[in-house]
Design a protein around this ligand. Sequence first.
Ligand code: GLC
Length: 418
Amino acid sequence: MKLKQKIVAAMAVVVLCLSGIASAVELKLYCNPIEEPYLRECLKDWEAQTGHSVTFMAATDSSTDTLALYQQQLAAGAHEIDVYQVDSIWPGMLANHLLDLLPYSADREKLHLPSVIDSNTVKGRLVSMPLFVDAGMMLYRKDLLEKYDVPVPVTWGELRDAARTVMDREREAGNPKMWGLVFQGRAYEGLTCCALEWIDSYGGGLIDADGKIIINSEQATAALAEAASWVGTITPEGVLNYAEEEARGVFQSGDSVFMRNWPYAWALGQEDNSPIKGKIGIMPVPKGSVDGKTSGCLGSWGLAVNKYSKNHEAAADLVFYLTGPVGQKKFCLMTSHIPSVISLFEDEEMKNANPVVILDLFMNTIPRPAGITGTKYNRVSNEFYNAVHAILSKGGEPAAELQKLENTLRRVSWGGWN
Ligand code: GLC
């Protein structure tokens, strides 16, 4: 190559590099602290391929507190955050502040379970893409049930008895810190999920698919009376302040026989530094009675782009990468979350690595009434978990609290739900 040609070629390389740098974007992503290291790992390839980089900001580990944080930022039209990790119950409440992802999707939403895409769609706008699906489930100490020859329970009554037997025997054997059952009992969204499971498993409900308030029922009264009876007997009183991570802390330290939680707790309990590695069994949420049904609450988290962000294109690209077959598979393999990409349910690697997928939890889930109550969902859930919290802390009788709750929800529903 002649000197002149060499100079032209070198200049072309410099121009290419500079244009690459000029279009490289630094994105900011808000996510749940527990998921941050896995998201970081999953995005490495995307960062290398695109030249973009991502700064992670940790939200809180309570869905209720994180919603308040996001609402504050979005109401002020803040543009600093590009991507938000969002709970499945928020699209109705946040839709006006989130970018419609359909123009960026190139049909990629069709790879996911249609029902999950529906719950991320508000008035025809795809406001977030599912990162994973969640389903309430039970984890238990397989080794201890075997040790005391106690069968895996099917109903809440059987679970109460199994928890009591194993807890008492373990305490007698010199383990005074042992409890029977932990769950999410703090007054926040997690308690809404637990209480819906109890009530649904007894055949009751909160608000039905037509928007009718059905909470004041014998079934709900019975379910909540049963749950209140656990506190201080098989469940520590501290449960009234437990979110997911506090419950997991007790269970993973080896101090509870059963735990109600979400699939992520399985992968963490199986890590090398976990005292209960290899000792965990998983099962569906129990039934109210033998002919009742198992009722895992439907959860899930997605990724949404802030409408006020200055980086729509790059942010949407990140979202579709992470929620796509490659990103989601990697993420779900590491975290034992349930995928929403349909092909991953048949993926051998996923099935072998993730027993939660095999348990088919997703098939029997109950949704929260977020779609039907729209912008009023937060108020509904708030009233519900406060009433349940009062019952669990023995500050209220189930029947009287449910009557009060029904009256309050009627007032909240005035003028329609949406
Ligand atoms: C889980 C669920 C989410 C739910 C939250 C409650 O993160 O995925 O949908 O709102 O728990 O604590």
